[in-house]
Design a protein around this ligand. Structure first.
Ligand SMILES: Cc1cc2nc3c(=O)[nH]c(=O)nc-3n(C[C@H](O)[C@H](O)[C@H](O)COP(=O)(O)OP(=O)(O)OC[C@H]3O[C@@H](n4cnc5c(N)ncnc54)[C@H](O)[C@@H]3O)c2cc1C
Length: 313
């Protein structure tokens, strides 16, 4: 995920404050305030570009420590129970806070993980990094506290497929959140007939957050979602006890053999890829990104997948 911040998103975020100020002036003077056209349609807390200059406040309602370093934080939306977040599947918002003694506020992207059609709430799963500015702030929040958010930040424009298609999603560590959001958005949309193979590399089974949610989706969509966990830490030692079904909990790293096996299990290769031709989505830490999705990585170099068919979040 750090990689993502050093890539297009980083440039985007750095420019956001400047563009935001100019945008605020233009927007406030030129654009009339538009109410929702359809009365019963939910309002949106965030819409781009309006909510880059104009931030919104969301209020913490619940905080849950879900593993050794990660919290699930639930927020109430300012527009109440007839409002949705406005973030698309796989999309992210920007959080903003001002640490004491720092002149510039800190902006960071986070991916909501709640069902995006659900009204009134927004949920983030946040991993805490040592001395992390934003993750430290988010972990300090208590029910009743407010968080400033902007966005949503432009992301991959997912288009549902009315005919069956297959996708491969590869996540590393905390890079699961955009993937989970995409999986959930695809499967919960009755118009979308896409099936998903998700491969998730983690250090240990304790890092598998959102496990119940993934299992529920696998149960509900038996023919359309298959999750494979690849565990690299001490639990992967040859003499370590079994983690469960060895086809589901693989030991080691996401390498050519693991990817090849999952790709081979997709019978219908002709329909591999979304409506825009993207076959693989990737989100993970820099070293893994290079090894798996880089130009000399396994997907492109060893498995012959075209660079343009691989989307890196
Ligand atoms: C599109 C997008 C969506 C994201 N969604 C989520 C999400 O849903 N949940 C979530 O927890 N995070 C998510 N992130 C990552 C998040 O934006 C922050 O980068 C992360 O929380 C660290 O920010 P920080 O301010 O706490 O750390 P910083 O103050 O920026 O860094 C503190 C220390 O942590 C290290 N560090 C920072 N980030 C990482 C990393 N990814 N891997 C290893 N070391 C790191 C730094 O090198 C530094 O030493 C997302 C990132 C992107 C680009």
């Amino acid at each position: 995920m750090a990689s993502i911040l050093t890539r297009p998103s980083a440039r985007f975020i750095t420019g956001a404050a400047l563009v935001g100020s100019a945008g605020a002036l233009i927007y406030a003077t030129r654009r009339p305030y538009v109410l929702d056209a359809a009365q019963n349609a939910p309002s949106k807390t965030l819409s781009f570009p309006k909510n880059m200059p104009f931030s919104r406040q969301i209020t913490v309602t619940e905080v849950e420590q879900i593993n050794h370093d990660t919290k699930r934080i639930t927020f109430a939306l300012p527009g109440g129970s007839n409002e949705v977040s406005g973030v698309a599947p796989g999309g992210a918002l920007l959080t903003q806070h001002s640490p004491p003694g720092r002149f510039f506020p800190v902006f960071r992207p986070y991916t909501p993980v709640h069902d995006l059609d659900e009204r009134g709430i927004l949920q983030l799963v946040v991993k805490k990094y040592p001395n992390g500015l934003a993750s430290g702030h988010l972990h300090s929040l208590q029910p009743g506290d407010e968080l400033t958010v902007r966005g949503p930040i432009p992301s991959y424009n997912w288009k549902p497929s009315p005919s069956p298609r297959h996708l491969l999603l590869v996540a590393g560590g905390a890079g699961i959140t955009p993937m989970f959001s995409l999986v959930q958005g695809i499967l919960n949309n009755p118009q979308d007939k896409t099936s998903v193979q998700l491969i998730w590399g983690v250090n240990g089974t304790r890092d598998i957050v959102l496990k119940n949610e993934l299992e529920n989706l696998e149960e509900r969509f038996r023919d359309r979602l298959r999750v494979t966990y690849v565990v690299s830490g001490p639990e992967a030692a040859p003499d370590a006890p079994s983690m469960g079904d060895p086809e589901k909990y693989k030991k080691g790293y996401i390498d050519k053999a693991v990817l090849q096996k999952v790709i081979d299990s997709v019978g219908d290769k002709e329909h591999w890829g979304d409506t825009q031709g993207t076959k693989v989505f990737f989100c993970g830490p820099p070293a893994m990104q290079e090894a798996v999705a880089g130009k000399n990585g396994v997907l492109i170099n060893d498995l012959g997948i075209a660079k343009k068919a691989v989307h890196v979040f």
